[in-house]
Design a protein around this ligand. Structure first.
Ligand code: AMP
Length: 191
């Protein structure tokens, strides 16, 4: 059965780390829009330069750019058993577009895992990650802005999936393995 998963949560909630573990255990393709965008920035293409400016200021890349990017990745991977979407959707427009795009491929989102972590812990984790990540957006000022953008633009996406009846809250604190166990319980409860 095709199982598409959306992993949701604020910056620093652990989406990337847990996605990699879920992808391996459940045979899903891990799609991180942040990773795809950073790869484009690395190419130093014209669009890469524009993307870099959004990312390094902690702003969202425009919906149109993201949706077009996702649409072509979905087409390239149409034989995949299922995807784990990490860092996408980040706006309700993206959530609606994802629903439409998956429908075209005869599939849908099975579950939205909402990783819940308190703000102090998020900031601590992101500052710690910044020491080694080399990411242009893991500094105190940009982290504050990214959390604000999350509250303004991304948090409403949760309601989209609550209305669809597929949102599951996961306690995102504790050890990686404890968090992963909670996620597996939610995944295994899917039909
Ligand atoms: P992430 O790696 O998910 O933390 O994303 C890093 C940055 O990439 C974000 O702060 C945004 O600037 C950009 N980004 C990643 N995914 C999206 C998305 N779905 N929509 C808009 N911007 C995105």
């Amino acid at each position: 059965m095709t199982k598409n998963v959306v992993i949701f949560g604020a910056p620093g909630a652990g989406k990337g780390t847990q996605s990699a573990m879920i992808a391996e255990k459940y045979g899903l393709k891990h799609l991180s829009t942040g990773e795809l965008l950073r790869a484009e920035v690395e190419k130093k293409s014209e669009i890469g330069k524009q993307i870099d400016s959004y990312i390094s200021h902690g702003n969202l890349v425009p919906d149109e750019v993201i949706i077009n990017m996702l649409s072509s990745v979905l087409k390239q991977n149409s034989q995949t058993a299922g995807f784990i979407f990490d860092g996408f959707p980040r706006t309700t427009a993206q959530a609606a577009a994802l629903k439409t795009m998956l429908k075209i491929h005869g599939t849908e989102v099975a579950v939205m895992l909402n990783l819940k972590v308190g703000e102090d812990e998020l900031i601590k984790r992101l500052l710690y990650r910044g020491i080694s990540s080399g990411r242009s957006d893991d500094n105190y000022e940009t982290i504050q802005h990214r959390i604000q953008v999350y509250h303004n633009d991304t948090a409403p996406v949760k309601d989209f999936y609550v209305k669809e009846g597929i949102a599951v809250d996961i306690d995102g604190t504790g050890s990686l393995n404890d968090i992963f166990k909670r996620i597996c319980a939610a995944m295994d409860a899917l039909a």
